[in-house]
Design a binder for this molecule. Structure first.
Ligand code: ZN
Length: 413
C-alpha cells in the first residue's frame, strides 16, 4: 500500500483543508437541532462528495445526521458492517469562522510563528519534534483549526474513496457516520439508531497517532438551587438568608483536591461551570467526572451533605440538588466484546505502529452510542492541541489513520 502514500497525502490534505474552511461551530446556548444551522453547510458538502465517490445508499436527515453505506466486497461482502464516525461541529471555545489552515512542508523543528502574535513552540508542545521533516498543518493564529474533528471526517472519506477505487481489496460493509453537536454534548440526541446496521462502530475523534481509547469518564451534571429568605438589609439581622452568600459557602465546601486544576490521570473531579443569582435566589451548575461510577455517586452524596450544611448555617434558606447523568464510562460494555478492540489494535499494528491504550478524560459520542447498545471505542486522528489556536496536525499521522481504517475494514473476527 506504500505506493499509494502520495494518493493518500494528496486526497486527505485536500479534503481536510476544504472541510476545515467551513464554519461549523456548535452553540451550547441554542435549543435547536442542530444547535447551529451552519453545520448543514459541511453536511451538504459531504453528502455531495459521498455521491461523487460512488456511494448511493445515503441517509441524511433534517437534524444533520448522515449515515452513508459502502457495500462490502469479495469474500467479506456478507460480513456485518462496521461504523466509522466523526463529528461535523467544532468547539465553541475558540472562533471557527474563516479558518485558514496553513500547510507547512518540511517542518524544521523550530518554533512556528503562527501569525496574529502567536507562536507554536516545541518547548511547550514537544510532540512537534516527532514530526521534523514532515508536513504539518496549523492555524494562522486567529482561529482554531478544527482538526477535531474534520481530520476524522477527512480520514474516513479518504479511506472510503480509496476502497471504492480498489475493488480488489476485499472488505466488509462500512457505514460512514457524520453527526452534529458533539462538542456541546448533544451529538447523540435524536440519533437515528434504527437506521444504523453496524453492531459496533469506531469514532475517529482521538489525538496522538497510535492511540486507542476504550475508556472515558462517567459524567454527571449537577444543578444547585439556593433559595434565600429576603428582607430589607436594614432589618435583616438574624432573619435574612442571602442566596449569594449561601452559594459562596457551598462553593467553598467543594474539595480543592478534587478539582480539575488539581487532578490528572485517573483522578476525577467536581467542577463548577456556571453561577448566577441574587440574594433571593442563586443557581450553581457543576459537572462531576470520574472513571468509577461509585466515586461519582460518592460526590453526589457529598453535594447533598454540603447542601444541608449550608441550610444549617443559613436558617430560612433552602438548597436543592438535582443531578443528571450525561454519559457513562464505556469500559464495561466494551470489555464484554474484546474482539472490537482486538480488531482495532490489529489494524494499527498492520499499519506499522504499536497501539497505545489511553483513557479519555472526557467523553465522546461513542460513549453515548455504547450506552445505546452499539459499542464504540475511539481511535486517533493525529490532531493535537484541540479546541484552540495552537491546534495542529501532521499529514503523516492522517495517512496512518486512513491506512488503519483500510486495514480495519479487511479484518473480520
Ligand atoms: Zn472531537
Amino acid at each position: 500500500m506504500d505506493r499509494d502514500r502520495d494518493w493518500f497525502e494528496r486526497d486527505v490534505l485536500e479534503r481536510f483543508i476544504r472541510y476545515a474552511r467551513v464554519h461549523t461551530t456548535s452553540d451550547r446556548h441554542s435549543m435547536s437541532n442542530p444547535s447551529s444551522a451552519i453545520q448543514f453547510d459541511l453536511a451538504r458538502m459531504l453528502h455531495e462528495e459521498l455521491e461523487a465517490i460512488g456511494l448511493s445508499d445515503i441517509y441524511f436527515d433534517d437534524r444533520c445526521f448522515i449515515i452513508a453505506r459502502l457495500p462490502g466486497t469479495g469474500d467479506k461482502a456478507d460480513a456485518a458492517p462496521i461504523g466509522l464516525m466523526a463529528h461535523i461541529d467544532t468547539a465553541p471555545d475558540t472562533s471557527g469562522e474563516d479558518v485558514r489552515p496553513v500547510v507547512r512542508k518540511a517542518y524544521d523543528g523550530g518554533a512556528i510563528d503562527l501569525g496574529d502574535g502567536h507562536t507554536l513552540d516545541p518547548e511547550v508542545y514537544p510532540t512537534l519534534t516527532r514530526y521534523i521533516g514532515d508536513t504539518i498543518i496549523t492555524t494562522d493564529g486567529r482561529t482554531l483549526l478544527g482538526a477535531d474533528d474534520k481530520a476524522g471526517i477527512a480520514e474516513i472519506m479518504s479511506a472510503a474513496a480509496y476502497l471504492v477505487e480498489h475493488p480488489e481489496i476485499a472488505h466488509r460493509p462500512l457505514e460512514l457516520i457524520f453527526t452534529p453537536d458533539e462538542e456541546i454534548g448533544r451529538g447523540m440526541d435524536g440519533f437515528p439508531i434504527h437506521e444504523l446496521k453496524s453492531p459496533y462502530c469506531y469514532t475517529l475523534d482521538g489525538s496522538l497517532e497510535g492511540t486507542v481509547e476504550a475508556e472515558c469518564f462517567t459524567a454527571y451534571a449537577a444543578r444547585i438551587e439556593l433559595e434565600g429568605y429576603v428582607i430589607h438589609p436594614g432589618d435583616a439581622r438574624g432573619r435574612m438568608a442571602n442566596a449569594v452568600t449561601m452559594a459562596g459557602r457551598f462553593l467553598s465546601m467543594l474539595p480543592g483536591a478534587e478539582s480539575p486544576e488539581a487532578t490528572d490521570g485517573r483522578y476525577g473531579f467536581y467542577c463548577p461551570v456556571e453561577a448566577h443569582g441574587d440574594y433571593g435566589h442563586a443557581t450553581v451548575d457543576l459537572i462531576l467526572r470520574d472513571f468509577e461510577d461509585s466515586i461519582v455517586q460518592r460526590r453526589i452524596a457529598a453535594l447533598e451533605v454540603f447542601a444541608r450544611a449550608v441550610e444549617a448555617a443559613h436558617p430560612g434558606g433552602k438548597v436543592t440538588v438535582t443531578t443528571r447523568r450525561q454519559y457513562l464510562n464505556m469500559r464495561d460494555r466494551l470489555s464484554e466484546r474484546p474482539e472490537i478492540m482486538r480488531s482495532l489494535e490489529k489494524a494499527i499494528r498492520a499499519t506499522g505502529m504499536e497501539p497505545v491504550r489511553h483513557s479519555i478524560r472526557g467523553g465522546t459520542d461513542g460513549a453515548r452510542l455504547t450506552e445505546l447498545g452499539v459499542p464504540t471505542p475511539n481511535m486517533f486522528t493525529g490532531g493535537q492541541n484541540f479546541h484552540g489556536r495552537y491546534e495542529w496536525i501532521p499529514l503523516s499521522a492522517m495517512v496512518r489513520a486512513i491506512k488503519t481504517v483500510v486495514n480495519l475494514a479487511q479484518i473480520v473476527e
